[in-house]
Design a protein around this ligand. Structure first.
Ligand SMILES: [Ca+2]
Ligand SMILES: [Ca+2]
Length: 189
Protein backbone atom coordinates (compact mmCIF):
# COMPACT_ATOMS: atom_id res chain seq x y z
CA UNK A 1 0.00 0.00 0.00
CA UNK A 2 1.24 3.47 -0.85
CA UNK A 3 1.96 5.65 2.16
CA UNK A 4 -0.52 8.48 2.13
CA UNK A 5 -1.29 11.52 4.22
CA UNK A 6 -4.73 13.03 4.64
CA UNK A 7 -5.22 16.60 3.38
CA UNK A 8 -5.08 17.81 6.96
CA UNK A 9 -1.83 16.00 7.72
CA UNK A 10 -0.27 17.42 4.55
CA UNK A 11 -1.31 20.92 5.66
CA UNK A 12 0.17 20.48 9.12
CA UNK A 13 3.43 19.06 7.85
CA UNK A 14 3.74 21.83 5.24
CA UNK A 15 3.51 24.36 8.09
CA UNK A 16 6.31 22.50 9.84
CA UNK A 17 8.34 22.54 6.64
CA UNK A 18 7.91 26.32 6.37
CA UNK A 19 9.06 26.78 9.98
CA UNK A 20 12.23 24.84 9.22
CA UNK A 21 12.80 26.54 5.85
CA UNK A 22 14.27 29.60 7.54
CA UNK A 23 15.64 31.21 4.36
CA UNK A 24 12.34 30.63 2.55
CA UNK A 25 13.83 29.07 -0.59
CA UNK A 26 11.31 26.16 -0.59
CA UNK A 27 13.87 23.55 0.36
CA UNK A 28 15.34 22.41 3.66
CA UNK A 29 18.97 21.49 4.01
CA UNK A 30 20.86 19.94 6.87
CA UNK A 31 22.28 23.27 7.99
CA UNK A 32 18.80 24.69 8.52
CA UNK A 33 17.73 21.77 10.67
CA UNK A 34 21.01 21.86 12.57
CA UNK A 35 20.55 25.59 13.06
CA UNK A 36 17.06 25.06 14.46
CA UNK A 37 18.32 22.52 16.95
CA UNK A 38 21.22 24.79 17.89
CA UNK A 39 18.85 27.71 18.59
CA UNK A 40 16.73 25.47 20.76
CA UNK A 41 19.78 24.23 22.65
CA UNK A 42 21.18 27.72 23.20
CA UNK A 43 17.81 29.03 24.34
CA UNK A 44 17.39 26.22 26.86
CA UNK A 45 20.78 27.14 28.31
CA UNK A 46 21.97 23.62 29.05
CA UNK A 47 25.77 23.56 29.46
CA UNK A 48 27.47 22.52 26.22
CA UNK A 49 28.85 19.26 27.59
CA UNK A 50 25.82 18.28 29.63
CA UNK A 51 24.45 14.77 29.24
CA UNK A 52 21.12 16.14 28.08
CA UNK A 53 22.66 18.02 25.17
CA UNK A 54 25.03 15.19 24.18
CA UNK A 55 22.13 12.77 24.14
CA UNK A 56 19.77 15.02 22.16
CA UNK A 57 22.51 16.00 19.69
CA UNK A 58 23.47 12.38 19.01
CA UNK A 59 19.85 11.41 18.39
CA UNK A 60 19.24 14.45 16.17
CA UNK A 61 22.24 13.52 13.99
CA UNK A 62 20.83 10.01 13.47
CA UNK A 63 17.50 11.53 12.45
CA UNK A 64 19.20 13.93 10.01
CA UNK A 65 21.18 11.06 8.45
CA UNK A 66 18.00 9.17 7.72
CA UNK A 67 16.22 12.27 6.46
CA UNK A 68 18.99 13.22 4.03
CA UNK A 69 20.19 9.77 3.04
CA UNK A 70 19.03 10.04 -0.59
CA UNK A 71 19.19 13.76 -1.09
CA UNK A 72 21.23 16.80 0.01
CA UNK A 73 18.15 19.06 0.11
CA UNK A 74 14.53 18.29 0.89
CA UNK A 75 11.79 19.70 -1.25
CA UNK A 76 8.36 19.98 0.30
CA UNK A 77 7.23 16.87 -1.61
CA UNK A 78 10.21 14.83 -0.44
CA UNK A 79 9.51 15.92 3.14
CA UNK A 80 5.85 14.90 2.88
CA UNK A 81 6.83 11.55 1.34
CA UNK A 82 9.33 10.93 4.12
CA UNK A 83 6.78 11.65 6.85
CA UNK A 84 4.10 9.58 5.09
CA UNK A 85 6.41 6.55 4.88
CA UNK A 86 7.51 7.03 8.47
CA UNK A 87 3.96 7.24 9.80
CA UNK A 88 2.81 4.26 7.77
CA UNK A 89 5.54 2.14 9.32
CA UNK A 90 4.74 3.52 12.76
CA UNK A 91 1.04 2.69 12.35
CA UNK A 92 1.88 -0.81 11.23
CA UNK A 93 4.12 -1.39 14.25
CA UNK A 94 1.39 -0.12 16.55
CA UNK A 95 -1.23 -2.39 15.02
CA UNK A 96 1.06 -5.39 15.40
CA UNK A 97 1.98 -4.49 18.96
CA UNK A 98 -0.37 -2.24 20.96
CA UNK A 99 2.40 -1.54 23.49
CA UNK A 100 4.72 -0.30 20.78
CA UNK A 101 6.81 2.74 21.61
CA UNK A 102 8.69 4.26 18.71
CA UNK A 103 10.38 7.35 17.35
CA UNK A 104 7.45 9.66 18.08
CA UNK A 105 7.53 8.80 21.77
CA UNK A 106 11.29 9.21 21.75
CA UNK A 107 10.95 12.61 20.11
CA UNK A 108 8.49 13.70 22.81
CA UNK A 109 10.77 12.38 25.57
CA UNK A 110 13.79 14.24 24.23
CA UNK A 111 11.85 17.44 23.72
CA UNK A 112 10.57 17.13 27.28
CA UNK A 113 14.07 16.55 28.65
CA UNK A 114 15.39 19.57 26.76
CA UNK A 115 12.60 21.94 27.82
CA UNK A 116 12.34 20.91 31.48
CA UNK A 117 15.09 23.28 32.56
CA UNK A 118 14.36 23.18 36.29
CA UNK A 119 14.02 19.38 36.16
CA UNK A 120 10.78 19.24 38.09
CA UNK A 121 9.33 16.76 35.58
CA UNK A 122 6.80 19.17 34.13
CA UNK A 123 6.94 21.91 31.54
CA UNK A 124 5.72 25.27 32.73
CA UNK A 125 4.68 28.11 30.45
CA UNK A 126 8.10 29.80 30.50
CA UNK A 127 9.78 26.54 29.53
CA UNK A 128 7.27 26.04 26.74
CA UNK A 129 8.07 29.52 25.39
CA UNK A 130 11.64 28.35 24.71
CA UNK A 131 10.31 25.97 22.07
CA UNK A 132 7.98 28.58 20.68
CA UNK A 133 10.76 31.13 20.19
CA UNK A 134 13.18 28.59 18.72
CA UNK A 135 10.55 27.80 16.08
CA UNK A 136 10.34 31.49 15.23
CA UNK A 137 6.75 31.66 16.47
CA UNK A 138 5.26 34.83 17.89
CA UNK A 139 4.46 34.80 21.59
CA UNK A 140 1.00 36.27 21.02
CA UNK A 141 0.00 32.72 20.02
CA UNK A 142 1.83 30.93 22.80
CA UNK A 143 -0.77 31.18 25.53
CA UNK A 144 -3.51 29.63 23.43
CA UNK A 145 -1.20 26.86 22.24
CA UNK A 146 -0.14 26.06 25.80
CA UNK A 147 -3.74 25.91 26.95
CA UNK A 148 -4.67 23.50 24.17
CA UNK A 149 -1.76 21.18 24.90
CA UNK A 150 -2.32 21.23 28.68
CA UNK A 151 -5.26 18.88 28.36
CA UNK A 152 -5.89 18.43 32.10
CA UNK A 153 -5.61 22.22 32.59
CA UNK A 154 -3.28 22.03 35.59
CA UNK A 155 -0.97 24.70 34.19
CA UNK A 156 1.81 22.29 33.24
CA UNK A 157 2.64 19.93 30.42
CA UNK A 158 3.34 16.52 31.85
CA UNK A 159 5.50 14.06 29.95
CA UNK A 160 2.44 11.96 29.13
CA UNK A 161 0.65 15.02 27.76
CA UNK A 162 3.56 15.91 25.52
CA UNK A 163 3.66 12.32 24.27
CA UNK A 164 -0.09 12.21 23.61
CA UNK A 165 0.02 15.58 21.82
CA UNK A 166 2.95 14.44 19.68
CA UNK A 167 1.05 11.32 18.60
CA UNK A 168 -2.02 13.44 17.91
CA UNK A 169 -0.06 15.97 15.87
CA UNK A 170 1.51 13.36 13.62
CA UNK A 171 -1.27 10.79 13.38
CA UNK A 172 -4.29 13.10 13.70
CA UNK A 173 -5.91 12.83 10.29
CA UNK A 174 -8.66 15.44 10.65
CA UNK A 175 -8.61 18.96 12.11
CA UNK A 176 -9.83 19.70 15.62
CA UNK A 177 -7.53 17.85 18.00
CA UNK A 178 -5.45 19.56 20.67
CA UNK A 179 -2.29 18.02 19.25
CA UNK A 180 -2.67 20.25 16.19
CA UNK A 181 -1.18 22.99 18.38
CA UNK A 182 2.09 21.22 19.21
CA UNK A 183 4.24 23.54 17.09
CA UNK A 184 1.98 26.59 17.38
CA UNK A 185 -1.31 27.58 15.79
CA UNK A 186 -2.46 25.05 13.22
CA UNK A 187 -3.04 26.08 9.60
CA UNK A 188 -6.56 27.03 8.53
CA UNK A 189 -8.62 23.84 8.09
CA1 LIG B 1 9.92 22.26 34.48
CA1 LIG C 1 -1.10 19.33 32.30
Amino acid sequence: MKAELTDWQAKKFRTLFDLFDTDGNQTIDEAELDGGMERLQIDTGWPEHSRVLSHVTARWKIFLRSLFQDTPVLTEQKWLDYVARYLQKDRQQRSENPGHRGGLEEFAQLLFLLLDRDRNSKIDYQEFLILFYALGRHDSDAEEAFEKLDTDQDGFLQKSELEDMTLEFFHGSEPGSHGDWLFGPPPAA
